[in-house]
Write a protein that binds this ligand. Structure first.
Ligand code: SF4
Ligand code: SF4
Length: 360
């Protein structure tokens, strides 16, 4: 059964598959302490009592659960858009590509990975149903109440690095995780017990907002990924300069990790854009102009099925205003003046800040 499920996971298109016992996660106490410190910021769904209960025991998420099938999809170390093939995202910074380039987390330029995982987990679930009629399954991608990196480590997929990402010695960390909970009793894989971080602390030192804490903890309230994607309100002013031109997410703590220096890219990127899917312009001014002209329903239609729909029009314009202010280029002033009169108070406030920090 295990061999056949593993083969079915490969057929469904997953790069890694491992089996973990349905037991409370190893880092349950650390997770509760993380919540108690408020490091989850505005992600209140993480602290909801029922959600915590299910995160701390997968059997709460699927009664009778015996096994977690943990899968991964590599999205690759090379950014999906670059003018010089083979250049890494670390090169897509102000200095090398112009100060107006919007830097976007590399997983985001294409389809929303949740949709891709859901399709493939459903295919795996159907294969399991054919192998074991009556078996129950429940799928999760990262929005679910599952401490996925913890279970992935237990399933042998890698270790949790100091940057809090799951790392594999051959694959690096540019992959996303998903889980299929099942009531099938399948022998677990050996856990990944080695910590390959050693004395390295490159990710901690490189983080522009000092969001990575000792003890493999992340203060999400300081992390650029949280500030530009999850946060709904204003970005704290003291953090705006450190965001630079990262207008959607941040990959810095992965880019500097030595385990990613030779990380492979997939032959066919799993989150590649659909034919005809619009790509954001490679210029913050052009992107801000496009978004400013879109009504809410037009934004939803244009960005449906992409990661950019999460912060929405106003969140993206907020981020772009910060990036434009940080560009230090006086030529961006006209679009910021336009954003200062935007219908969204959030956008107006960030545009005012950006104009104030521009030189001259
Ligand atoms: S994603 Fe960026 S801001 Fe967040 S912890 Fe990593 S380096 Fe720091
Ligand atoms: S940069 Fe160094 S410390 Fe950070 S996750 Fe990678 S190996 Fe570990």
């Amino acid at each position: 059964m295990k061999r056949e499920i593993r083969a079915a996971a490969r057929t469904a298109g997953f790069d890694q598959v491992g089996f973990a016992p349905a037991a409370p996660p190893t880092h349950a106490e650390a997770y509760e302490a993380w919540l108690a410190n408020g490091y989850h910021g505005e992600m209140g769904y993480m602290a909801r009592e029922d959600s915590v209960r299910r995160r701390l025991d997968p059997r709460e998420a699927l009664p009778g659960c015996r096994t977690l099938i943990v899968v991964s999809l590599l999205y690759g170390s090379t950014p999906p858009r670059t003018t010089a093939p083979g250049r890494r995202a670390a090169d897509r910074t102000d200095a090398s590509r112009g100060r107006r380039l919007p830097v976007v987390a590399r997983y985001a330029l294409g389809r929303d990975y949740h949709d891709v995982f859901e399709e493939r987990l459903d295919a795996l679930s159907a294969a399991i149903e054919a192998l074991a009629p009556g078996a129950r399954t429940k799928r999760y991608v990262d929005y679910g109440p599952v401490l996925e990196r913890d279970h992935a480590q237990r399933a042998g997929l890698g270790w949790i690095g100091k940057n809090t990402m799951l790392l594999h010695p051959d694959l690096g960390s540019y992959f996303m995780l998903g889980e299929l909970l099942t009531d099938l009793d399948i022998e677990p894989d050996p856990p990944f017990v080695h910590d390959r971080c050693g004395t390295c602390r490159r990710c901690i030192d490189a983080c522009p907002t000092e969001a990575i804490l000792d003890g493999r903890l992340l203060d999400a309230r300081l992390c650029i990924s949280y500030l530009t994607i999850e946060l709904r309100g204003a970005i704290p002013e003291e953090l705006r300069p450190a965001i630079g031109n990262r207008v959607f997410g941040c990959d810095i703590c992965q880019e500097v990790c030595p385990w990613n220096s030779d990380a492979p890219g997939p032959d066919r990127p799993p989150f590649a854009a659909r034919p005809g899917q619009p790509m954001p312009p490679e210029d913050m001014v052009a992107w801000a102009e496009e978004l400013a002209a879109l009504a809410p329903d037009e934004f939803r239609a244009r960005y449906r099925g992409t990661a950019f729909s999460r912060p929405g029009r106003d969140g993206l314009l907020r981020n772009l205003a910060v990036g434009l202010g940080n560009s230090g280029e006086s030529g961006v002033r006209p679009i910021l003046e336009r954003l200062r009169a935007d219908s969204s108070p959030l956008v107006r406030e960030h545009a005012r800040w950006a104009i104030d920090v521009l030189p001259g």
